[in-house]
Every structure is written in structure tokens, then in C-alpha cells.
Design a protein around this ligand. Structure first.
Ligand SMILES: [Zn+2]
Length: 248
């Protein structure tokens, strides 16, 4: 990531966030020079993409296969009724372009897989993992660790959500937390858009913090959010020496 100078138009757009004292114009220039891969742009990734586009991250790479279906519309805010039956990533790219024409948006009509994971991670400074299935999450984790790229991992189920931020070699990786594939995670699950959107906003904020050095990212902690009771708690997590991905 190389900071890039802002145009006068951009200074106007981002003015209110540059008032954050430890962020400032310098932080905004870092965001402009940054690129982020978002794995899936549905209920979770779509909101991450929306917030990072609005915040002015210079380049967003969105990976999501398939076309918009009716049951996406309770939570996937980048999709519309007019887009039913059409490509999800193209719909997302169009909506984000309307929101912020000053950034580059790359639409990849594929989910993360063995063939594309290394190349897509190589293209960016940071990865936000919003895929529901562990096969995809483990692939991204493996590539992020191998290429030493920070990874924000967001997940949710029903009214619960969790998030952690992985700094390879420094914090536990996803495989330290889940040595084997948890059986209960499915592609389809109970969800309100307000729950996926909540953890997505937390994930977008983590990405902004890691990219610009703002605040303290969720390194070594898993944040568990129970929106049924509104109890949020941070649990300390540790690296596993025998981790097959990041162990020594
Ligand atoms: Zn690990």
C-alpha cells in the first residue's frame, strides 16, 4: 500500500472522517492507496463493501458467483428487485459505483476456490472474509497466511455474530481457532439483515484500522456478539503450535 494524494473533490467527500484526530488526511491518503478483497458481497460482504467504498478505499475486489434471487433481498443491500436473475457482483459493482465514482471496483463472478484464491489475495493489501462456508474461509486463511496479508474474518448465524482480525505470524489464524471443519455451518441459515449488517460494519471498521494504523484491531481476540441479549464480549484466543497453517 502506497498513500495517494487526494483531489479537491475527495477532500470534500471525506472531510468529516478526516476530522478524526488520529486518522486525518494522512489516514485518508492511505485508504486511497489501499486495495481490499471481499469474499462474497451478500448480507455481510455487501455491507463491508458499501462502507469501504463510502470511506474511500481506492480499490475493492469483490468475489461472488451467481445471480440475485428473491431470498437475497432481506439482507443483501447492494441487490435490488430490478436485478433479480442478474449477476450479483455486477449489481454490487453498479451500486457501489453510484455511491463512490472515485474508486476502482473489480467484479469477479466467482466464489473463492483453489484456482483463484492465491491470485486474488496477491492483488490486494487486506482481505475481508464474508463467506458462509468453511471451505472458502480456510482457503482464504491459508493464502492470507502464506502471503502475509491481514485478514478480517466475519461470521454470523441467526442473532449471533463473531469477528476476529488475523495478522499472519503474530495472531492466531482461522485454523488455530478451528482445527477442523465445523459441521454445523451451512450455506443457508437463519438471518436478519440487521445482524449481518452489524458484524459487517465492525469488519469494515477493522479493515480501515488495519490499513491506516488507527486504534487497536481485534488482534488475539474473538469478538462474540449476541444480538438477542445485546451482550458483546471479547474472548482472548491463542496460536496453536501444531496449527497446520501457521504453526512452527
Ligand atoms: Zn494457525
Amino acid at each position: 500500500m502506497k498513500p495517494e494524494k487526494l483531489s479537491d473533490a475527495e477532500k470534500g467527500i471525506y472531510e468529516w472522517q478526516t476530522w478524526v484526530p488520529d486518522f486525518g488526511v494522512e489516514g485518508q491518503e492511505k485508504l486511497k492507496g489501499s486495495s481490499v478483497l471481499i469474499s462474497r458481497c451478500g448480507g455481510l460482504g455487501g455491507v463491508v463493501a458499501y462502507e469501504l467504498a463510502a470511506a474511500g478505499v481506492g480499490r475493492l475486489v469483490l468475489a461472488h458467483a451467481g445471480n440475485v434471487v428473491a431470498s437475497d433481498l432481506n439482507r443483501q443491500i447492494l441487490m435490488t428487485h430490478a436485478g433479480l436473475g442478474k449477476s450479483r457482483v455486477e449489481s454490487a459493482k453498479r451500486r457501489l459505483g453510484e455511491l463512490n465514482p472515485h474508486i476502482d471496483i473489480v467484479a469477479v463472478p466467482e466464489n473463492i476456490n483453489e484456482k483463484n484464491a492465491a491470485r486474488l489475495v496477491d492483488e490486494v493489501d487486506l482481505v475481508v472474509d464474508c463467506a458462509p462456508l468453511f471451505e472458502e474461509r480456510f482457503l482464504l486463511n491459508r493464502e492470507a497466511v502464506r502471503q502475509n496479508k491481514p485478514l478480517v474474518d466475519c461470521a454470523m448465524y441467526e442473532l449471533e455474530a463473531q469477528i476476529t482480525t488475523i495478522s499472519p505470524g503474530r495472531t492466531p489464524c482461522l485454523s488455530c481457532l478451528y482445527p477442523t471443519n465445523p459441521e454445523k455451518w451451512k450455506r443457508e441459515f437463519p438471518v436478519f439483515g440487521a445482524v449481518s449488517g452489524t458484524v459487517a460494519c465492525l469488519g469494515a471498521m477493522e479493515a480501515i484500522k488495519v490499513l491506516t494504523g488507527l486504534g487497536e484491531p481485534l488482534y488475539d481476540f474473538l469478538l462474540l456478539c449476541d444480538l438477542r441479549s445485546m451482550r458483546f464480549r471479547r474472548v482472548r484466543v491463542s496460536r496453536r503450535a501444531d496449527c497446520t497453517i501457521c504453526g512452527t
